[in-house]
Design a protein around this ligand. Sequence first.
Ligand SMILES: C[S@@+](CC[C@H](N)C(=O)[O-])C[C@H]1O[C@@H](n2cnc3c(N)ncnc32)[C@H](O)[C@@H]1O
Length: 246
Amino acid sequence: MIGKIIKAIKFKSKYHGLHLQQKVHNTFVSSPKKETYTDSEEYNKIIDHAVERSDINEHLTTIFNAGMASKPKLIVELGVRSGESTFVLEKVAKICDATLVSDDLDPCINPSKWKKSFFVQQDDITFAKDFPDFCTSNNINGKIDLLFIDTSHLYEHTVQEIDSWFPLLSDNFKVIFHDTNLRDVYYRNDGSMGLAWDNDRAVIRAIEEYYNTSFNERKDFTATIDGIQVTHYANCCGLTILEKVN
Ligand SMILES: C[S@@+](CC[C@H](N)C(=O)[O-])C[C@H]1O[C@@H](n2cnc3c(N)ncnc32)[C@H](O)[C@@H]1O
């Protein structure tokens, strides 16, 4: 009992200490720089949105560019929360006239207005089993071109997501994982500091084990493994893109 109380006090003081450290640190960091506008109205909306710091803001334009390059017909988003990734993926879906299927355990706060979008409130492992039937009943070709995974960030669950969803990918797939460099403290490329939690390398470890390799997720890197190109960005909790090299 006493041990538990001491642990709770230590956790609380560490948490408060980190919050203070973050506040002081970010006071000395200038505001995020806006990327230069392009002639794409949709892309410019993402540029505007990406200046609001979050655990994913520095990856929003990367997700858009990677998504567009995959010319998707079917996009699946696992983990929606308040809709940062949905904001980007629905734009890719709209431009590519693709179907966007989003899934979360929790209700959707900001549903996509794109006409070919669906929200499913279900555990994503269960949904993967139902996915072929879901596609048949909604007249969707069930091969996934772009899969975005940003859910529990737990090891066992990520392993299950890979096992359940990878068999549903098309021949020309792209998979984007967020939080592949998740720690108590993370940094953005603009120098600012954010607070998250240490998941013991759960997401990147699950990817490493799937491809029987090892990565240093603390740094940006690209690698090619078994015909799959891996592109990793270490900032902002980490973003890792897997794509089939043809
Ligand atoms: C980090 S948030 C997603 C953030 C979102 N992608 C964004 O950019 O705003 C993680 C989400 O995953 C959802 N989640 C966790 N476990 C899940 C599961 N087993 N199946 C489906 N969703 C899950 C949570 O409810 C939460 O909304």
